[in-house]
Design a protein around this ligand. Sequence first.
Ligand code: ADP
Length: 257
Amino acid sequence: MSNTYYLSQTNEVELFEAAASMNLPILIKGPTGCGKTRFIEHMGEKLNREVYTVVCHDDLSAADLIGRHLIDENGTYWQDGPLTKAVRDGGICYLDEIIEARKDTTVILHSLADYRRVLPIDRTGEVIEAHPDFMLVVSYNPGYQNVLKGMKPSTKQRFISLSFTYPEKEVEKKIIIKESGADENIAQKLVDIAHEIRQLSDTDIQEAVSTRLLVYAAKLIVKGFNPYNACIHSLVESLSDEDDVLEVLEKLISLHF
Ligand code: ADP
């Protein structure tokens, strides 16, 4: 059973369940705030598997994933990292923004992501066979991707891929209502605003407005904020720092609120 609210967009739940039953790893692509993390949390509960989430960054070392020797008053001891815990005990290891991690860090995933399903730990000499409930899930945002940072094909080609986009209007409206307690009328206006912003070209704004930001706007409105101001503080200011772009977005909001 899952208590975490997640409204599915297409067949992602079935695909995830199928991949889990076949021991295949999953790669999720999609812009920020479109529900990737929420989806994994939901699936973890549904499949009754613990989720170990690691948000990747360029300083992330293999030891941060695998584990390291630590020292206490009794001497040194080994502490498993999140990846090793999931491999050993069974669970979903979710590496968010995998593209941010250094290549030498992602290489350790290879033997886990294919038929071998083993994790060699050089520092202890151990080779751990993955628990039957171990599953590897990684995500990245293709929007931020630059030429240098693309994922290595040899890594990418080990995964079942799922592409996420912002939910379609009716789904997104339901999500906003459920997550914020806003009424239908407010949710409809927010979805319409998002739709219009998403049609602006990428040169104007770094990335389109996310479902997460719409939920923030709705929450501020439910708290009693004037809807126009709520949208300025959640949707507009976080999308651009350029005065002329801000002006366009402000005008767009004022047409609705
Ligand atoms: P991502 O991991 O893609 O950056 P999140 O999963 O954190 O995004 O989603 C951001 C927020 O958007 C969630 O906290 C939730 O409020 C809302 N959300 C987005 N998509 C969904 C969905 N399909 N079902 C329920 N909530 C969603």
